[in-house]
Every structure is written in structure tokens, then in C-alpha cells.
Design a protein around this ligand. Structure first.
Ligand code: IFM
Length: 456
């Protein structure tokens, strides 16, 4: 099973999850510092204070990437390192870290893929309303431009936002993520302002000469329980309506405005019933509809739903009245997430049909398992099986015509898994949090061989 010649193989991480050094070189406070330090928000009271200490160990981490033969490394920039208060003059020491990181990646022949926002909003902006405040979108565009001004001569690939659904609906809807707010209306407003920030930043970056622009979404095929194991199962009319609605709320809410400049009617209805639509101003959709080259797809599992009349909307899912979130009949990872590899090909084929004008890249895919180190090795056979199964589906989607440019495993390192803290390990490289020692797991060595072979 051989992949196209120019297929890009790599791994992904995010700033707050790996960097640590939260008080160094003038970094300001982020909403995740505040949230993780408040008791009860994160499992075991974990915080990103030290994380993988990548801020100091990035040189060794790049050497590891080189040994694993990665061609691409997707990382995010911590906004509070660049503008400690979220606006105003840039902090040169913060930019210097990413400047060195990029130089060393390039020296190792690894292409940097920069994500500008992977959830660590400066706390100072949250204090002024965070993403519920329209002004945050404009501040984001300024910050994006400042980062591009420093790195744009060497970085070709730019993602504006990572998973705006999660940032809006877990951050402002059900409060499982920072900033921990719990109001459907706030989540709807935040989602729109994140999109506005994406559009404004994408335009600034394009004007400044950015070569490849991308929006990264967490997307899943929405399936009925029967469809999980039988793609040809025909749902009832009511179940089909639930599927259609949830697909609009999860994926089309972000990709329709970005690619077509329109909102699905389900999203407008959900906004109208949760705080209103006044925050969607004339001209916003045109701004959001900035040309992008790629959609980044983060896939872990399908979203399984059926109709469930009369249910109250889940706090993370305004607009989901009449929908019941169901479980899949499938084995699960340590996160409890169902393992359904062909969900990935079903998703990629659908996205390539719905949005044919943009290319696709799998910007995250991977799994947490309860890994143990024995005699200096981690035999993570379950992760190898997970990755193997999903890569076969990536290949299948390419054969079916999807314009798929690459695959980035989540994650390079075990890291701070948000509300789950350090107890969930997604890395292909094990991190001992007491010593910070890195040990490539069997999956890392397996992945290296896949890359060298350009196939399975
Ligand atoms: O760790 C996260 C990442 O930050 C965003 N996508 C999903 C991953 C696993 O939950």
C-alpha cells in the first residue's frame, strides 16, 4: 500500500500541552493557566506549568523527529508569549523561541506547520470577554500578522485556528475546557467570533505573502448506531434528520462559512434560540470566506446519534434538541472513544465532495492507551493497530479520489491532555513526567518504517 510521492508524513503537538516554562521570557498568563490552577477542573490537579519542558528541550525533540524521519512538524504558537496581554507590542523573547524552533526544524529538513491558535488565549483578553467579545477576533488578526512577520520568510504552512468547535462549545458551552464558561449563547457567539478571527487573520497573512493557509477542524462522520458497523444501513427519517442536524452543528458550522461564506440554517436557528443572531453582522460572512488552500481534519472517532424527541439540548450542543448522543458498538481507547477506522475514509470522502475547492490534510489522528515502559521499551501494540487501521483508510480515501496531502499523527509526545491532565497518553514517544526522559514507543519505530517506505 504505497502513498502518493509527495504525501507529507509528520506529527503534531500544541504549545500549552508540551512547552511548560509558563513564566519564562515574558510569557503572559493564558486561560489554561488560570483554568488548570483552579481546583477541580483538571484530573489530578495537573497543570501545564512544566508539561514536557519542550521549551528547554526542543533541540532534543527535533533530533528525535529527525530520527523518526518526520517530514513535517505541526506545532502551535502560544499567543501569551508573543503578546502577554493579548494586544500591543510584541515580546521579542517570545518570538525568539519560535524563530529558533523553525530554524532548527529546517536544518533537520522538517517542514514547520504553524498553528496560530490552539486554545491558549491570553487571560487579559478573557477578562474583557474572551471569544464572546468581537474585538478578540481583531486582536487575533494583529497577533497572527506579527507572528507571520517574524516567521513568514521560512514557514510555508499556516493554520489559523485549531478545532474552533472545541474552543467555543467546550470552553464556553459546557465548561469542560478553559475558560470554563457554561452558556450556550456564549458558545454560539464565540464560534462566530473565532470564525471572524480566522477570516481576518487569513486575509492579513495572504496579503503578507503566506503560501498555504489552512483551517483545522475536529470533524467526525455523524452516524446512527447501525451505520457504525454497516455503512449501507438506512436510517429512519427521524434518525436521518438527527444525523443531518449534528453534521451541520459540528462540521458545516465552520467549513460552510469558511469555504462558501454561508451558515447552515440549523446553525442560524440554534443561534436564534440561544441569545440571538445580532452578533453576526453584515459583511462578516464575506470576511470569513477568505480563500484557504487546505482544510485540516482532526479525526479520532465517529459521532453517533439517533433521534430522541423532547431531550433538552446538551450544553455543548445548542441546537441539538431532539437528538440523543449514542454509543458505538466498537472497542474503545483509554479515552473511552470508539475505534472506527473506516470512519476516517467516510469522513474524508464526504469532505472532499462537499468542499472540492480545498485540499485536505489529516492534521491529527491517534489514540491514548495505558502505556507502560518495560526494560526501556513501550510495546504499544494497540496504538500500532490503531494507526495501521486508520492509515489504510487514508489510503482508501485517496483511491476514492479525496485530495489528501498528508497525515500528522497526534501526538509526537505524551502531553497535557487538557481536562484529563497527564493520565492520558497520546504520544508515539513516551514521556516520564518525573525525569522528562523520552522513550520512543514501538509505534514510533513502526511509524518511522511507514515513512521510509512511504506506505504500509
Ligand atoms: O489533545 C487534543 C488536541 O489538543 C486537539 N485534538 C484532540 C487531541 C486529543 O484529545
Amino acid at each position: 500500500m504505497i502513498f502518493p510521492e509527495d504525501f507529507v508524513w509528520g506529527a503534531a503537538t500544541a504549545s500549552y500541552q508540551i512547552e511548560g516554562a509558563v513564566k519564562e521570557d515574558g510569557r503572559g498568563q493564558s486561560i489554561w493557566d488560570t483554568f488548570s490552577h483552579a481546583p477541580g477542573n483538571v484530573a489530578d490537579g495537573d497543570t501545564g506549568d512544566v508539561a514536557c519542558d519542550h521549551y528547554h528541550r526542543y533541540g532534543d525533540d527535533i533530533e528525535l523527529m529527525r530520527e523518526l524521519r518526520l517530514a513535517a512538524y505541526r506545532f502551535s504558537v502560544a499567543w501569551p508569549r508573543i503578546q502577554p496581554d493579548g494586544e500591543g507590542p510584541v515580546n521579542p523573547r517570545g518570538l525568539a523561541f519560535y524563530d529558533k524552533l523553525v530554524d532548527e526544524l529546517l536544518a533537520a529538513e522538517i517542514s514547520p506547520y504553524v498553528t496560530l491558535y490552539h486554545w491558549d488565549l491570553p487571560q487579559a483578553l478573557e477578562d474583557r470577554g474572551g471569544w464572546t467579545n468581537r474585538d478578540t477576533a481583531y486582536r487575533f488578526a494583529d497577533y497572527a500578522e506579527a507572528v507571520h512577520a517574524k516567521l513568514g520568510d521560512r514557514v510555508d504552512n499556516w493554520a489559523t485556528l485549531n478545532e474552533p468547535w472545541v474552543a467555543a462549545f467546550l470552553g464556553y458551552g459546557n465548561g469542560v475546557h478553559a475558560p470554563g464558561r457554561r452558556r450556550a449563547a456564549d458558545a454560539m457567539r464565540s464560534a462566530h467570533h473565532l470564525l471572524l478571527g480566522h477570516g481576518l487573520a487569513a486575509r492579513r497573512l495572504r496579503d503578507a505573502g503566506a503560501r498555504k493557509l489552512m483551517l483545522v477542524v475536529n470533524s467526525s462522520p455523524v452516524l446512527t448506531p447501525a451505520q457504525v458497523n454497516d455503512p449501507s444501513a438506512v436510517p429512519s427519517e427521524a434518525d436521518a434528520a438527527a444525523v443531518h442536524r449534528v453534521h451541520a452543528l459540528l462540521t458545516r458550522q465552520f467549513l460552510d462559512p469558511a469555504v462558501y461564506g454561508t451558515y447552515p440554517e440549523e446553525v442560524l436557528e440554534a443561534a436564534a434560540r440561544n441569545g440571538g443572531t445580532e452578533h453576526i453582522q453584515d459583511g462578516d460572512l464575506e470576511l470569513i470566506n477568505a480563500p484557504i488552500d487546505l482544510v485540516g481534519v482532526n479525526y479520532y472517532n465517529p459521532c453517533v446519534v439517533e433521534s430522541g424527541p423532547g431531550l433538552p439540548a446538551d450544553a455543548a450542543w445548542p441546537g441539538s434538541e431532539d437528538v440523543r448522543f449514542a454509543t458505538a458498538d466498537a472497542p474503545t481507547t483509554a479515552m473511552g472513544w470508539p475505534i472506527v477506522p473506516d470512519g476516517l475514509s467516510r469522513l474524508l470522502v464526504r469532505l472532499s465532495q462537499d468542499y472540492p475547492q480545498v485540499g485536505l490534510m489529516v492534521t491529527e489522528n491517534g489514540a491514548a492507551f495505558d502505556d507502560v515502559v518495560r526494560d526501556g521499551r513501550v510495546h504499544d501494540d494497540e496504538r500500532v493497530a490503531y494507526l495501521d487501521g486508520h492509515l489504510r483508510e487514508v489510503h482508501r480515501a485517496i483511491e476514492a479520489g479525496a485530495d489528501l496531502r498528508g497525515y500528522l499523527v497526534w501526538s509526537l509526545l505524551d502531553n497535557f491532555e487538557w481536562a484529563e491532565g497527564y493520565r492520558r497518553r497520546f504520544g508515539i514517544v513516551h514521556v516520564d513526567y518525573a525525569t522528562l526522559e523520552r522513550v520512543p514507543k514501538d509505534s514510533a519505530l513502526w511509524y518511522r518504517d511507514v515513512i521510509v517506505r512511504n506506505g504500509l
